[in-house]
Design a protein around this ligand. Sequence first.
Ligand SMILES: Nc1ncnc2c1ncn2[C@@H]1O[C@H](COP(=O)(O)OP(=O)(O)OP(=O)(O)O)[C@@H](O)[C@H]1O
Ligand SMILES: [Mg+2]
Length: 311
Amino acid sequence: MTEEEKQSKIDGAVERLRASQDPEKAAEAERLNAERAEHERIMTGNASGTDAARSRINPDFVIEDNPHAHIKHVIGVVSGKGGVGKSFVTASLANRMRAKGHATGILDADITGPSIPKMYGLHGGVIGDEFGSFPMTTDNDIEVMSMNVLLDTEDTPVIWRGPVIAGVVKQFWTDVQWGDLDYLFVDMPPGTGDVPLTAFQSLPLDGIVIVTSPQELVSLIVKKAYNMAQMMNIPVLGVVENYSYMNCPHCGEKISVFGESSIDEVASELNIPVLGKLPMDPTYAQNADNGICYSLDIPALEPADSILESL
Ligand SMILES: Nc1ncnc2c1ncn2[C@@H]1O[C@H](COP(=O)(O)OP(=O)(O)OP(=O)(O)O)[C@@H](O)[C@H]1O
Ligand SMILES: [Mg+2]
């Protein structure tokens, strides 16, 4: 049966059922209607990402959507350098959106150093069908795809060259059945190399969040990530400062472990909001290490909520 024939058959059935007043048949008509809408959505493609985000993608870099992925907003989480807590901030932003009732996913684009599964206590066992793999689901109902849940053993190193790694990131978009998501957070590897470049060029990013730590080089590091996004016309939603300070466990005094923060000045120079200043807190590290990062409440990230929900 051709697509048109199938379509008109469904249309006819819906019409006939509508004509009848039988509530059972009406329910069946609704079901058929929903089936038709789903069919149309799959056939027309381009189901994920906002139009604005899609229009920024150079036609040479367009990658195929998965027919079973309908993602409203794609947010990249980047940092100019490693070890600033980018994955932790990615997970914390995702947890906040999920707690507010939004359907949320995390695409772990850090192929050689994936840390998202560990923070949620996820281990292998990805399954799939002819439309692609299914993401794994965390205990707080966040969909996750990461290299670490695909490897036979979690300590197997991924020793691949840049283009191969970048290809896996594209597969995490095209070959994963993400389902209906309000937010997909992309945890990028640190820096401005091959993989962030591929993600910036190919994914319909609504914007990026820059994560940094307070130190002398912060201005330079944030500006590098900011300029990369600017060069690709991707909006910078704001900056998060992690390890901003520590509360003394004895007297409660705020200690600036890495020196005084200059994030406010840098953010105002670039005209971007500060989405949060996170303390260095041993309970954060413990919860993340124990695979229960979702049980943390991180009020310092509250300013990010309204920015993300306004997209
Ligand atoms: N504010 C914080 N307080 C305490 N521990 C933290 C905090 N932020 C992150 N951590 C912990 O520090 C470690 C490193 O953080 P994370 O893996 O998020 O860094 P990253 O920037 O993603 O690193 P990489 O550049 O290697 O990807 C993790 O164990 C994480 O749980
Ligand atoms: Mg990381």
